[in-house]
Design a binder for this molecule. Structure first.
Ligand code: BG6
Length: 470
């Protein structure tokens, strides 16, 4: 076994983290537009409205809205076969509950697709990536409300129809399982739990609504174009047991339940025993209508995509905690961590690939993986990010081992933040992931000039050799 000849190498971004242009082209206010940037290690602050003199990172982000031609040309120069990006719901339906879409928003993504077609880059579109109209939160209570399923379906049908001959690969919800695990699922679902709210009930309803919206999108999508390929998108929380105490091992399984919960429904098409056991743990279950089971059964995905950045440890003993993606993570003494405390574990990626493939036996797509780090521009204008190369090299090697030694079917790899963007977790610009540096900073300064990092040339060669030379 070796990597497919048509392996989809590329990079990934999300609208709210790169586009900027937050009030251009008729765009509405999204849940991220009212979220302040933060400083290292501190979580972002959500305001009720836009305040004057406050830094809101998504308002300008790294300005893909005005630089998309230049950026896509750079992706092409690296040899990208695929570019994963998300469509902002607020560009298409600014408030979310309109009956007619905003043509200017649709036209923007037409222009983006024009550029991708120019360079033969396959688009991979995320329909919901941590972005939704703020109006739907204020007026309807966000995904708590089943009406959101209809609004989301209307939005999905518009973009599926509009781009039916231009986009083949679609992801419904980014890191869908995050709505079950995150104590504040603002990005994933526009939810901040009210005081005294039955959180277990809310999160199961929210998840049911999103799973329904995902399934309906796929059912409708297949009517529009039977060639569409749909994927779920999961945050993979690789977890180890602290000791060989079986209780610690059981804790690992508990930690994985939210991921299996979503994947079982999206891949298998029904709430499995794992899901009902999760209901029991939460002393609650989602409110369902009689036809919902049929919808979930019909709207299953063609492939599984996931994000993988780090791993953590759980156990019955005391465990030191470090930072992780959207949550804390138990420290593993065998691993080193990034500047942001995320523990670097390439072998964990191979294990994750094996776990998902063993369990579901459908193609896998790694759609997020990368290193958030501080980059320095030298006096000569270069960025020597050998630390990023080393992180990516080890993870790509682990992916190749999963394919070549374990027989896992992987169809593509899109490195996260292929161009510098705003961190979702902290709203910082100084946490950079890109092969392309953007001269933009947390204090609002910068020329927005694009510079190629050392990793740009390295990744270019990886793609050219289909991963043979790392
Ligand atoms: C994933 C998200 O959780 O992790 C991305 O899908 C996010 O949107 C990425 O940017 C990295 O996290 P962070 O907090 O470093 O931006």
């Amino acid at each position: 076994m070796s990597l497919r000849k048509d392996f989809l190498w590329g990079g990934a971004t999300a609208a709210n983290q790169v586009e900027g242009g937050w009030q251009e082209g008729g765009k509405g206010i999204s849940i991220i537009d009212i979220e302040r940037g933060s400083v290292h290690g501190v979580k972002r602050v959500i305001d009720q409205e836009i305040l004057p003199d406050v830094f809101y990172p998504s308002h300008s982000a790294t300005d893909f809205y005005h630089h998309y031609k230049e950026d896509i040309a750079l992706f092409a120069e690296m040899g990208f076969k695929v570019y994963r990006f998300s469509i902002a719901w607020t560009r298409i339906f600014p408030n979310g509950d309109e009956t007619e879409p905003n043509e200017e928003g649709l036209a923007f993504y037409d222009r983006v697709l024009d550029e991708l077609e120019k360079y033969n880059i396959e688009p991979l579109v995320t329909i919901h990536h941590y972005e939704m109209p703020y109006h739907l939160v204020k007026k309807y209570g966000s995904w708590r409300n089943r009406e959101l399923v209809d609004f989301a379906l209307r939005y999905a049908k518009v973009i599926l129809r509009r781009y039916q001959h231009r986009v083949k690969y679609w992801l419904t919800f980014n890191e869908i399982n995050n709505a079950l695990t995150n104590p504040r699922p603002w990005h994933q679902a526009g939810i901040i739990y009210a005081e005294g709210e039955d959180q277990a009930q809310t999160k199961l309803n929210v998840m049911h609504h999103q799973l329904l919206a995902s399934a309906l999108t796929i059912i409708e999508g297949r009517k529009i174009n039977p060639e569409f390929q749909f994927g779920c998108m999961l945050l993979y929380p690789k977890t180890y047991a602290q000791t060989c105490n079986p209780e610690d091992q059981l804790m690992v399984r508990e930690k994985m339940l939210p991921l299996y919960y979503c994947a079982d429904v999206q891949v298998r098409g029904y709430y499995s025993n794992t899901c009902t056991a999760y209901w029991d743990r939460n002393h609650s279950q989602p409110v369902m209508k009689p036809l919902d089971e049929n919808i979930l059964r019909q709207g299953t995905v063609d492939f599984i995509s996931f994000s993988y950045y780090f791993s953590s440890v759980v156990g019955t003993g005391p465990i030191e905690q470090t930072d992780g993606n959207m949550s804390k993570a138990g420290v593993n003494p065998y691993l080193k961590a990034t500047d942001w405390g995320w523990q670097i574990d390439p072998l964990g990626l191979r294990l994750a690939l094996n776990d998902l493939y063993d369990r579901y036996q459908i193609p896998l797509f790694i759609v997020e993986n990368g290193l958030g780090a501080r980059d320095e521009v030298t006096a000569e204008g270069t960025i020597e990010d050998d630390y990023r190369i080393s992180y990516l090299k080890e993870h790509i090697q682990a992916m190749k081992d999963a394919v070549e030694k374990d027989g896992v079917d992987v169809i593509g790899y899109t490195s996260w933040g292929c161009i510098d963007l705003v961190s979702a977790g902290t709203g910082e610009l100084r946490k950079r992931y890109g092969f392309i540096y953007v001269d933009q900073h947390d204090d609002g300064t910068g020329t927005q000039a694009r510079l190629k990092k050392q990793s740009f040339y390295w990744y270019q060669n990886v793609i050219k050799t289909n991963g043979e030379e790392l």
